[in-house]
Design a protein around this ligand. Structure first.
Ligand SMILES: [Fe+2]
Length: 181
């Protein structure tokens, strides 16, 4: 189930001032801060473990709707599994606060991932689960946790996949906030 917690961005043991599982409330809180969040209807015909091509075909209409806004000419579908040999290194890669010159836009077909957004004096932790679409604008300070047993399939939208490189801020803020198990 999708979940949002909002914390202060300061303090050694920050406590959440807001928490909700309600997709409409989550979307509203995120929209106020410039973050896109939508729930897309599940494609029941898509079997668990479907190939990237099958995922992109199943969601062709939704992908076209996003692309009709004139952005993200490139899409792909990636899958992480709990037995992935590089799971620890891949998890570690995005656990520190960073930004990108490109928007980070994802749709979760299966599984989950935790987006942590540092916006002004707040940290928003968005647990994205199946059927969640999130759009994080370029330049937003954030980190991402896939957990120790990562399980997800996600569609990624890119302006330019080659330019999608993390710029680390050097701020250890991520260490003060909860992560996935
Ligand atoms: Fe990122």
């Amino acid at each position: 189930m999708s979940h949002l917690q909002i914390f202060p961005a300061s303090g050694s043991h920050p406590l959440p001032s807001f928490a909700s599982n309600d997709p409409a409330l989550i979307a509203a809180e995120l929209a106020e801060r410039g973050i896109g969040f939508e729930r897309w209807p599940a494609h029941q015909e898509l079997p668990a473990g479907a190939s990237a091509d099958a995922v992109l075909t199943a969601y062709a209409a939704e992908i076209a709707r996003v692309q009709s806004r004139g952005t993200y000419p490139t899409v792909d579908a990636i899958r992480m599994t709990p037995d992935h040999p590089d799971r620890a290194a891949l998890r570690q890669k995005f656990l520190a606060e960073h930004t990108h010159a490109e928007d980070e836009v994802r749709f979760f077909v299966e599984g989950e991932g935790l987006f942590c957004l540092h916006i002004d004096n707040e940290v928003l932790q968005v647990l994205c689960t199946a059927d969640d679409w999130i759009s994080v604008p370029a330049g937003t300070k954030h980190w991402f946790d896939m957990g120790s047993a990562p399980t997800f399939c996600a569609i990624r939208f890119f302006d330019n996949p080659e330019g999608w490189v993390a710029q680390f801020t050097g701020d250890a803020i991520a260490e003060r906030y909860p992560l996935l198990a």
